[in-house]
Design a protein around this ligand. Structure first.
Ligand code: FAD
Ligand code: FES
Length: 262
């Protein structure tokens, strides 16, 4: 898969909640070669502050050459991005990493928690556009409260897949965790669960799937410097006792390949 460095123009800026922002960029080379679950590295500052590019999941791509990222303003890099304007150019590198391995012959259960909702829109689009019966496909989204989930729900509804939501405080969807919804859904062994979210959520998802013999793929995060397998900054322990690079072996892994299971 080829990578590209593009000066991508911001064509849309959406402040979805106090801290959550979605940016649409014109990046035709990246859009044309991207797959669901892959990410881009973005230079957020113009000088050396911050020095390192920041990784963001591809939230959505379009055939007209647009890519979207969805992020929370949590630190120096995302603060700068959260104060960009339509028309500005961003230095974007990607697509990077290995995305979700969509199993066409199995039912799909997509589970996005918090910012982990970001790559699920791309995956939902890919699944919805595949020619098969979608009666058993399901999307589960969750967050701390309404503002983490509701602003994105209409975009997911467009794909016509079943959708359930949960929030910790009960302000949108059921009161509870996404994993509570997963457990209540009577998933069968011919389902693949695709998850992205905080580590404790992914570990809970993995435990549940293992107990039921259900295949589970998760997109994990780590601190990243290069994004290309060169700096050893993103190691994650592998089931086989060695380690894997989140940036090139992931960010999406079959959970059985991770040391979580050991
Ligand atoms: C493959 C991948 C995909 C990602 N996709 C998204 C996405 O779609 N949307 C999104 O909002 N974020 C995503 N992240 C996390 C994102 O890269 C961090 O939010 C970003 O690097 C923070 O940069 P900053 O300069 O604003 O924060 P910094 O100033 O570097 O750090 C501020 C705070 O954020 C924490 N932080 C920094 N990096 C991460 C991280 N990787 N994970 C968790 N906490 C972190 C730090 O510990 C610190 O507390 C992804 C990370 C990876 C590895
Ligand atoms: S981020 Fe450098 S090796 Fe993965």
């Amino acid at each position: 898969m080829s990578q590209h460095q593009e000066k991508a123009r911001i064509i849309r800026f959406e402040q979805l909640s106090e801290l959550n922002v979605r940016i649409t960029l014109d990046a035709p080379l990246i859009a044309a070669s991207a797959d669901a679950g892959q990410f881009v590295m973005i230079r957020t500052g113009s000088g050396q502050d911050p020095l390192l590019r920041r990784p963001f999941s591809l939230h959505q791509t379009s055939s007209s050459g647009y890519i979207q990222i969805y992020f929370k303003n949590v630190g120096r890099g995302t603060h700068i991005l959260a104060h960009t304007k339509v028309g500005e150019l961003l230095d974007v590198f990607g697509p990077l990493g290995r995305g979700f391995r969509f199993a066409r012959d199995r039912a799909a259960c997509l589970v996005g928690g918090g910012l982990g909702i970001a790559p699920m829109l791309f995956l939902a689009k890919k699944i919805a556009s595949s020619s098969r019966d979608h009666g058993r496909d399901l999307i589960i989204l969750g967050g701390r409260s309404r503002e983490d989930v509701e602003p994105l729900v209409e975009d997911f509804k467009e794909f016509g897949l079943a959708l359930r939501c949960a929030t910790d405080d009960g302000s949108f969807g059921i009161k509870g965790l996404v994993t509570d919804l997963v457990k209540s859904e009577h998933l069968t062994r011919d389902t693949v669960v695709y998850g992205c979210g905080p580590e404790n959520m992914l570990e809970a998802l993995n435990r549940f799937c293992r107990s039921r013999g259900i295949a589970c793929q998760v997109s994990v995060e780590s601190v990243m410097a290069c994004g290309m397998g060169a700096c050893l900054g993103c190691n994650i322990d592998a089931a086989q006792g060695d380690y894997l690079h989140v940036c090139i072996d992931g960010p999406v892994f079959n959970t059985e390949d991770l040391a979580w299971n050991s």
